[in-house]
Ligand binder design. Structure first.
Ligand code: CUA
Length: 313
């Protein structure tokens, strides 16, 4: 996965990463040189002109030095201008996606990411994209402010409710890269972690075809995959352990009691309602924190999840 990175920076695996790193190191080494110069001279003067013996020596009639003042004004000014124009140039490149970019819709919500592709396919917590092709991200949030951050690509952009933001990247190598939410967004902010999977163009096309509807596997197997890939697993265990939500073990046909005092035997329509409108009937003892999967799961996906839940005896 890219080069190994350095002490300061992770591997550089996108087209803009090299330039981001260059300007970082320029600022870094300029700071190191200035630090050594200033601290070194200070230490030298402290030692050289320390008070010695009983006699005090004073430098006579010294007011200022034009040469020194011009030097310490002009050099930092040039440095600051270089950093500004270099940085601004990089900023523009990073914020305007190439015209031929593939556009993927990114949605952040408490506490996972979902992605929609031009073909109609979708994925959760794993964004899949082709290598060596610019990918533009059109991003928005369903609730609070999140932030989309892929360190290896040097891509970071806030994801806001009620407004779209954009970012783009072009990966230079296939592989898996970490995706983080880097804006504190509530209890499970630190678990709002995903992957960026970069595939060859051919593998990407294959993935797109398979991603939508896979008719080659049994419905309950597809449901099991969705349970993992759509992040149900984050809050619902299958071994009986209560997590943020009730466990799915033995859920089918069970009589469930709800926060409002009512109760119901769990059936297909209850599951469907709970996926699309999770707060309609909240199981007693749990918080109404599940997000809606409206627009993320299609009818066939819901069929598959229902088939899977029936197998969890
Ligand atoms: Cu989403 Cu932090």
């Amino acid at each position: 996965m890219g080069n190994g990175g350095s002490f300061w920076l992770p591997p550089a695996s996108s087209t803009v990463a090299g330039e981001v790193d260059s300007i970082f190191y320029f600022v870094y080494y300029a700071s190191v040189v200035l630090f050594i110069l200033v601290i070194g001279l200070t230490a030298f003067f402290v030692f050289r002109y320390r008070r010695r013996g009983g006699t005090r020596q004073f430098t006579s009639g010294f007011s200022h030095s034009n040469v020194m003042e011009v030097t310490w004004t002009v050099i930092p000014t040039i440095l600051v201008f270089v950093i500004f124009f270099w940085g601004f140039n990089g900023f523009l490149k990073m914020h305007v996606a190439p015209k031929d970019a593939l556009q993927i819709k990114v949605t952040g919500q408490k506490w996972f990411w979902s992605f929609d592709y031009p073909s109609g396919a979708s994925s959760v917590n794993e964004i899949v994209a082709p290598v060596n092709k610019p990918v533009e991200l059109l991003m928005s949030s369903k609730d609070v402010i999140h932030s989309f951050y892929v360190p290896d690509f040097r891509v970071k952009m806030d994801v806001l409710p009620n407004r779209y933001t954009k970012a783009w990247f072009e990966a230079t190598e296939t592989g898996e890269y970490n995706l983080f939410c880097t804006e504190y967004c509530g209890t499970k902010h630190s678990e709002m972690i995903g992957k960026v999977k970069i595939l060859s163009e051919l593998d990407y096309q294959k993935w797109l075809e398979a991603a939508d509807f896979d008719t080659t596997i049994a419905l309950h197997e597809m449901g099991e995959r969705l349970y993992k890939s759509k992040a149900c697993v984050t809050c619902h265990s299958i071994d009986g352990t209560p997590m943020n939500g009730p466990s799915f073990k033995g859920i089918w046909g069970k009589t469930e009691h709800f926060a409002d005092g009512s109760s119901l035997t769990i059936d297909e329509n209850y599951i469907r309602e709970s996926i699309l409108n999770p707060n309609a009937k909240v199981v007693a003892g749990f918080q109404p924190i599940m997000p809606t999967y409206q627009g993320i799961l299609k009818d066939r996906h819901i069929d598959a999840i229902i088939a899977y839940l029936k197998t969890l005896k």
